[in-house]
Design a protein around this ligand. Structure first.
Ligand SMILES: *[C@@H]1O[C@H](CO)[C@@H](O)[C@H](O)[C@H]1NC(C)=O
Ligand SMILES: *[C@@H]1O[C@H](CO)[C@@H](O)[C@H](O)[C@H]1NC(C)=O
Ligand SMILES: *[C@@H]1O[C@H](CO)[C@@H](O)[C@H](O)[C@H]1NC(C)=O
Length: 530
């Protein structure tokens, strides 16, 4: 009887806890791989009985609500111009993949800057469509959300949080030059051992490299400040109806969920509201489709190699595709290549092309020997999770930086996409597959990844729930947000101390002089007398 009552009470408590804990989450996702990462969070929030709404514009290049019936979407209309975003993303890929080899660094930089500013103009029309749509804002307010979760790839979400008066959680891998994290989030980044990405530096830097890193820090900080003052701060003030800046607004973030962890990052100083949840989307491998499993089994003891350049790169030039295909043909392993371009002429029987591969399941397969990757964060973490060494072919964005981390940790070999010859790729593959040090390094990273007090996904969701339960996490915000730059660096205190030292020295020197003069006068008077 007592036991029955007790179990009834327990059940009631569980239900009550469940009800009390369930909240409403508004999600503004990024595009492409950012969205697939965010989906893991959304799925887990739904599994825990929270109600989730995903806000997307009708111009989203990679999120089509009709493909995802399990989610509840809120769509808002955008002007025709916003639909250019798709073409612009393709143009960016084309620029990196086809023109990087032919153009000089300067002309490349100019082209990227031009394209980035056009992308920004289009994004701004999206912002306008979202933030000036009174009907949308009213309906969002009526939903009474508890928290906003967003990816800064979708700009102005912080403004949306401001308009709706919601606490917010940011999901971010990395911003250019760590600008958002450093300047808005106040995370310390001493240039002596925190390399300012994206650049080919590690945490161990010579004098020259530290000089370079410092200059880069100054350049990024300066250009970011100039850009926000020139372009964004006025807009932010106008939308929120009070004088504010991008960093004031974004800096109000309750939690920053960073999509990396210490298996990947160089050790560096942290703030209490930065949580490192890299690999939150990783899960154990599921069985492969039958036909694929047969192909994998046919590899025998040699095993297989998994190859993907990510979801954004669909086609390669004939030359690159042939170079890659003939390198793949020269290794004893079987290769599963995600590629939807034309079939390369040099394709060997050991290589199969697929429009899509179950990448996580393949990387978790016991026969997998290596992963050829462009170095996107999602794929990289799946490789760490399953302990598969990598051959990196970095293309753009954070990919070179990602793969440099893996290379310095001894888990990857990288080759240059535009310059590599067949032998280069073949040698890299042979090295990674036959030299056990790569597998060992990767297994070490994998052990670090799995040996955490809480799984990354649970940790990320825990903090989102924390923000919902406590209406924010302001107790984790450092006071640095309220300081000016000279207060932050204690320049005012240093100036004060220096002036005291100067004063003491001044008084000391004056006194000495005075005493000296007095002595001299006395002794000269004495000598006159004599
Ligand atoms: C979610 O709600 C369902 C039905 O009310 C319940 O059976 C389930 O245990 C809940 N899940 C969690 C994680 O609370
Ligand atoms: C891939 O690019 C080649 C030219 O480089 C072109 O001939 C071919 O049609 C493209 N294939 C696809 C599927 O887009
Ligand atoms: C900063 O100043 C504001 C206003 O004076 C105050 O409410 C807040 O608690 C201070 N601290 C932080 C970390 O924002």
């Amino acid at each position: 009887m007592v036991a029955a009552v007790r179990s009834l009470l327990c059940a009631a408590a569980v239900v009550l806890l469940g009800l009390a804990g369930a909240g409403k989450v508004l999600v503004v996702p990024g595009e492409y791989s950012h969205w697939s990462n965010m989906q893991s969070l959304v799925n887990e929030l739904l599994r825990r009985n929270h109600s989730v709404r995903v806000l997307v514009s009708t111009s989203s290049p990679s999120i089509q609500p009709e493909d995802h019936h399990q989610y509840h979407f809120i769509q808002f209309d955008v002007p025709a111009k916003a639909h250019e975003i798709h073409a612009l993303s393709e143009e960016m890929i084309h620029l990196w993949m086809h023109e990087a080899a032919r153009s000089s660094r300067l002309s490349m930089a100019l082209k990227i800057a031009d394209l980035a500013s056009r992308i920004q103009a289009v994004q701004l029309t999206c912002c306008e469509a979202m933030l000036r749509n009174q009907q949308l804002l009213d309906s969002l307010r009526a939903e009474k959300f508890d928290v906003l979760l967003f990816d800064p790839m979708m700009p102005c979400s912080d403004l949306l949080a401001g308009l709706l008066h919601l606490p917010f959680v940011i999901s971010l891998r990395l911003s250019l030059g760590y600008n958002l994290e450093r300047l808005c989030g106040q995370i310390p980044a001493p240039p002596s051992y925190v390399p300012i990405s994206p650049v080919q530096l590690t945490d161990r830097m010579s004098f020259g490299e530290r000089l370079y890193n410092m200059l880069l820090l100054i350049f990024h900080t300066g250009s970011f400040q100039a850009f926000t003052i020139w372009k964004l701060n006025a807009y932010y003030s106008e939308i929120l109806g009070k004088p504010t800046t991008l960093c004031d607004t974004l800096g109000k973030a309750d939690i920053w969920l960073i999509r990396t962890y210490w298996d990947f990052e160089y050790p560096r100083p942290l703030l209490p509201n930065f949580k490192f949840v890299g690999g939150l989307h990783c899960k154990p491998a599921k069985p492969l489709p039958k036909e694929m499993e047969e192909f994998v089994q046919s590899s025998g003891d040699d095993g297989i190699v998994v190859f993907s350049l990510g979801s954004m790169v669909k086609n390669l030039t004939k030359d690159r595709a042939n170079t890659i295909a003939s390198a793949l043909g020269q290794i004893p392993q079987k290769v599963l290549w995600r590629y939807s371009g034309d079939k390369p002429d040099t394709l060997s029987p050991n290589t199969k092309l697929y429009d899509w591969i179950p990448q996580n399941d393949l990387l978790g397969h016991p026969k997998t020997r290596a992963f050829i990757t462009h170095g996107g964060t999602n794929g990289l973490y799946e490789a760490i999770y399953h302990g598969v060494p990598m051959v990196g072919i970095p293309l753009f964005a954070d990919q070179p930086d990602n793969l440099l981390h893996m290379k310095t940790k001894g888990a990857a070999v990288t080759v240059d996409f535009n310059k590599m010859k067949t032998e280069d790729l073949k040698e890299a593959l042979t090295e990674v597959i036959n030299n056990p040090s790569y597998k060992e390094s990767m297994m070490r990273l994998s052990r670090i990844h799995h040996d955490q007090p809480m799984k990354p996904l649970d940790q990320a969701v825990y903090w989102i729930e924390f923000v919902m339960r406590n209406k924010g996490a302001k107790h984790l915000r450092v006071e640095a947000h309220n300081l000016t730059w000279y207060q932050y660096h204690c320049l005012d205190v240093i100036a004060f101390l220096l002036s005291i030292v100067a004063l003491v020295i001044f008084i000391f020197v004056k006194t000495c002089k005075w005493l000296f003069r007095k002595c001299c006068r006395r002794s000269s008077a004495k000598s006159k007398k004599e």
